[in-house]
Ligand binder design. Structure first.
Ligand code: DX5
Ligand code: ZN
Length: 220
């Protein structure tokens, strides 16, 4: 089994010290930068867009995992690729043209993934799974960091893992929301591969150590 991945969410970084926080992630055991884009329509919050992603990319030495929480993401795929996205995930709930949007992401030179909200049945992935480098399962309601992890996620990971195995694919499962050192091992046991952690990392006294602990727990 390949190594489990840690993706600190820059939503919880200190934007006044963005370069410092990017370098902290560069120097840590983290694997990806998780970048949350919110438009105030798909989710009830606005985060940041292309200029901030460019600023992060300028200093980042690890891939950018860009999570689009925006209506009709197909309008902006090429722009996100241009500012440095390596992986782009789009919500199933945000576009009526999911298949076309995934192709668009790949044509722009990025890896493509689908995100599901907690109540969206996994069965909608059945025919699109072969197109997915990754599936991101939300373990909170998208829009804000610092929320409590929803326990239903464990069952969803197990069922999705089974679906991936049945189709003989190597699609990664990423979990986003409320991930901590208290639940990461149970998430691995359920079948997840990559873990977003925002407040747990950035609100800790020593983010480098916190990332190291998450990485060790996920891989032991
Ligand atoms: C919320 C975002 C998450 C958020 C996670 O919609 O998708 O990536 O930053 O934050 P924590 O880890 O604090 O739950
Ligand atoms: Zn996210």
């Amino acid at each position: 089994m390949s190594s489990k991945l840690i993706a600190p969410s820059m939503l919880a970084a200190d934007f006044g010290n963005l370069q410092r926080d990017v370098e902290m992630v560069n120097n840590s055991d983290a694997d990806w930068f998780h970048i949350d884009v919110m438009d105030g329509q798909f989710v009830p919050n606005i985060s940041y867009g292309m200029p901030v992603i460019s600023a992060i990319k300028k200093h980042a030495t690890k891939p950018l995992d860009v999570h689009l929480m925006i209506e009709k993401p197909e309008r902006f795929i090429e722009e996100f690729a241009k500012v440095g996205a390596d992986i782009i995930t789009v919500h199933y709930e945000s576009t009526v043209h999911l298949h076309r949007t995934l192709r668009q992401i790949k044509d722009a030179g990025c890896k493509a993934g689908v995100v599901l909200n907690i109540t969206t049945p996994l069965v909608v992935l059945e025919d699109i799974l072969p197109e997915c480098y990754m599936v991101l399962l939300m373990s909170i309601n998208p829009g804000f960091g610092g929320q409590k992890f929803e326990e239903v996620t464990y069952k969803r990971i197990k069922n999705l893992r089974q679906m991936i195995t049945e189709q003989d694919l190597d699609t990664r499962i990423e979990i986003d929301g409320g991930v901590t050192d208290q639940n990461i091992q149970q998430l691995v046991a359920a079948g997840a591969d990559a873990f977003v952690a925002g407040s747990h990392v950035f609100k800790s006294d020593n983010p480098i150590d916190t990332i190291k602990t998450l990485k060790i727990l996920a891989n032991s």
